[in-house]
Design a protein around this ligand. Structure first.
Ligand SMILES: Nc1ncnc2c1ncn2[C@@H]1O[C@H](COP(=O)(O)OP(=O)(O)OP(=O)(O)O)[C@@H](O)[C@H]1O
Length: 263
């Protein structure tokens, strides 16, 4: 048996090392992220907040391999990210469902694109829809669903190929406040059940505090890590927690920090 100080340190699921990004445009260079370091553990839920244009989406796109860093490197699992890869599923602000396809056919899209065996993944798609409260809607079309339901379909689609990581860029930004709160509770449940590592960008500080294990606050562009807050509220968190003193205190602290960044 290993002594406590010899116990293996679990390897991070996402390791971001001195990653910076400058966009080279015909009008000149646009520095968007200063070198940042961040380790995200397997199963952890990390939420990123920061002023508009500070580089949040840029960071997400680099984790997904959709864009290369200008400096530094990103490791996901055992591999250094060099190109788009299957370890992530991505959810955007708009569900981006294909209107002529049924809900189930939309969820199966990544299986087709990645040429995975349909027979193996079909039951998984159905199980995900059921877990997301969409059993019975498999053969409906996107226009027959509410905005919140469409976003749940997008989450199922992001998870269908069983990626290790769920990346979300303002997934509930277009929803009304009540639906958004319900979706936060749903997302928490889905993440706890699937045990995925989650990385979410939001402009809503309450959403960040409700969902996160850790909140990363980025500074104005070119973004750098201004602070990291742990959220010690036990899970599963019910929506009642939004009114608890601990929740309100943390929300206010982060809001004040945020305000100081942009004033
Ligand atoms: N393709 C690009 N070419 C040049 N500059 C870009 C490009 N994409 C983003 N930028 C610039 O990089 C900066 C960071 O953009 P990014 O979209 O990552 O910010 P963000 O924090 O996600 O913003 P928001 O909260 O408004 O969505 C912005 O100033 C933006 O103008």
């Amino acid at each position: 048996m290993l002594a406590p100080d010899q116990a293996p340190v679990p390897r991070a699921m996402i390791e971001i090392t001195r990653v910076a990004k400058t966009y080279r445009t015909k009008d000149g260079d646009v520095p968007s992220l200063r070198p940042i370091d961040l380790s995200i553990a397997d199963g952890e839920f990390v939420v990123v907040v920061g002023p508009s244009g500070c580089g949040k989406t840029t960071l997400l796109r680099m984790i997904a391999g959709l864009m290369a860093p200008s400096e530094g490197r990103i490791r996901v699992g055992d591999r250094v990210v060099m190109k788009p890869h299957s370890d992530v599923g991505i959810v955007f602000q708009s569900a981006l469902l294909l209107p002529w396809r049924t809900v189930l056919a939309n969820v199966m899209m990544p299986v087709e694109v990645k040429r995975l065996p349909r027979a193996e993944y079909l039951p998984r798609a159905e199980a995900l829809l059921s877990m997301a409260g969409l059993a019975g809607f498999e053969s409906k079309h996107p226009w027959q669903l509410s905005g919140g339901m469409q976003q749940r379909v997008a989450i199922c689609r992001a998870l269908v190929h069983d990626p290790k990581i769920l990346l979300m860029d303002e997934p509930f930004g277009a929803l009304d406040a009540m639906t958004r709160e319900r979706m936060n509770a749903e997302l928490q449940r889905i993440q706890l059940e699937t045990k995925k590592t989650a990385f979410l960008i939001t402009h809503s500080i309450p959403e960040a505090v409700f969902l996160a294990d850790r909140i990363v606050v980025l500074s104005e562009r070119p973004g750098s890590i201004a602070a990291i807050y742990e959220v010690p509220i036990p899970r599963p968190r019910k929506l009642d927690v939004l009114g608890s003193p601990e929740f309100v205190r943390l929300t206010q602290t982060i809001r004040a920090h945020f305000k100081a960044l942009i004033d």
